[in-house]
Ligand binder design. Structure first.
Ligand code: SF4
Length: 339
């Protein structure tokens, strides 16, 4: 019998106060938490149910032209929100590439950022795993590692982050607004998730007891030239082997003025290399230019027994994504985009 306390709250301050303390956990959609609980990997002593907090269920325009996505807005409501579809189609497309409609109807934006790796050994309580039990070892290094990292991995952990949505949020340079016992702060998306290093048990930089309030999008949405290319083992309900969120803006002469590329399925966090994006600025989109950017993005990549193929796959995916972004109308499966 797993006894736990349950508290339903209706405002943020009460939620933060109620969750403060070891063993307490916030409950949003619960789509990953309940999984972890069933697998005997999570043992909350107290659940603070956030679903009565209406202010976290809103999508609102920001004075700087950006858009605020409440932490409790579901993934599906976000993807189908008219403003997201019109101004941030990259985000809409990326969310709809993940999970299933049933899961997206329950999963929240805040929870999407906090979902844990899908490494098989992490979910097997009988296996050692440094992320689950620090210092116990990483069987994935010598075991099944097809879906594991090729960039940013460490001796301690080679897991990848499973979210699709977060790959687009990285490319869009979103900000995560959080509140904890010490007050409110804003975390740039690039700093929200972390590489495993020697502390793979930490997935992100969220402070203890801090609550995600919203994800704030800047005004720039790359609506004219964007794509999310997700390569996976089956067409639906599968995590990315490699994914690419890519957007750029062009000047009147067809030269790139701003570019963003984020990779999913390759690291412990969405993988961005701003210097690779800078290589594209001032250039007309072409296969050669995206190949140069891909070289820079994948510099230092190294694989393991079952996933080294992902280095070449990611390289080719970046080039293809560059072509797809040039004409977002030709992104249906089987289309042959060209530059
Ligand atoms: Fe655990 Fe990370 Fe190793 Fe997977 S890759 S077994 S999550 S330490």
């Amino acid at each position: 019998m797993n006894n736990f306390h349950y508290e339903r709250v209706t405002d943020v301050d009460t939620a933060v106060a109620a969750a403060t303390g070891a063993g307490n956990s916030y409950l949003g959609g619960g789509t990953n938490l309940i999984d972890l609980w069933k697998y005997d990997l999570a043992h909350p002593e107290k659940l603070v149910d956030l679903n009565g907090i209406d202010e976290l269920k809103e999508v609102t325009e920001l004075p700087d032209g950006g858009l605020r996505l409440g932490a409790l807005v579901t993934n599906n409501k976000t993807a189908y929100h008219p403003t997201v579809q019109e101004r941030y189609p990259l985000l809409s497309r990326t969310i709809l590439a993940g999970a299933t409609p049933q899961i997206r109807n329950a999963a929240t934006n805040g929870g999407n950022l906090l979902q844990r790796t899908r490494c098989y050994y992490f979910y097997d309580a009988a296996s050692p795993c440094n992320k689950r039990v620090p210092g116990s070892g990483c069987p994935a290094r010598e075991g099944h590692n097809r879906l594991h990292a090729i960039l940013g991995h460490s001796e301690a952990c080679i897991a990848t982050m499973p979210s699709d949505m977060c790959v687009a949020l990285a490319a869009l340079e979103a900000t995560v607004r959080v509140r904890g016992p010490q007050g409110e702060r804003h975390i740039p998306f690039a700093d929200f998730h972390r590489l495993p290093g020697e502390k793979p048990e930490l997935d992100n930089t969220l402070g203890e007891d801090e609550l995600i309030l919203s994800i704030d999008l800047p005004a720039r949405g790359f609506a004219d030239h964007h794509t999310y290319l997700k390569l996976r083992d089956r067409h639906s309900y599968a995590f990315a082997v490699v994914s690419v969120a890519l957007g750029y803006e062009l000047d009147g002469e067809g030269k790139i003025t701003t570019a963003r590329i984020a990779l999913g399925g390759v690291a412990h966090k969405p993988w961005r290399v701003p210097a690779a994006e800078e290589l594209l600025v001032g250039q007309a989109p072409s296969e050669d230019q995206f190949a140069r950017a891909a070289d820079a993005l994948l510099e230092g990549a190294s694989g393991f027994k079952h996933n080294t193929f992902k280095i070449d796959l990611a390289h080719r995916a970046i080039i293809r994504a560059g072509a797809m972004a040039h004409d977002p109308s030709c992104q249906r499966p089987g289309a042959k985009p060209s530059l």
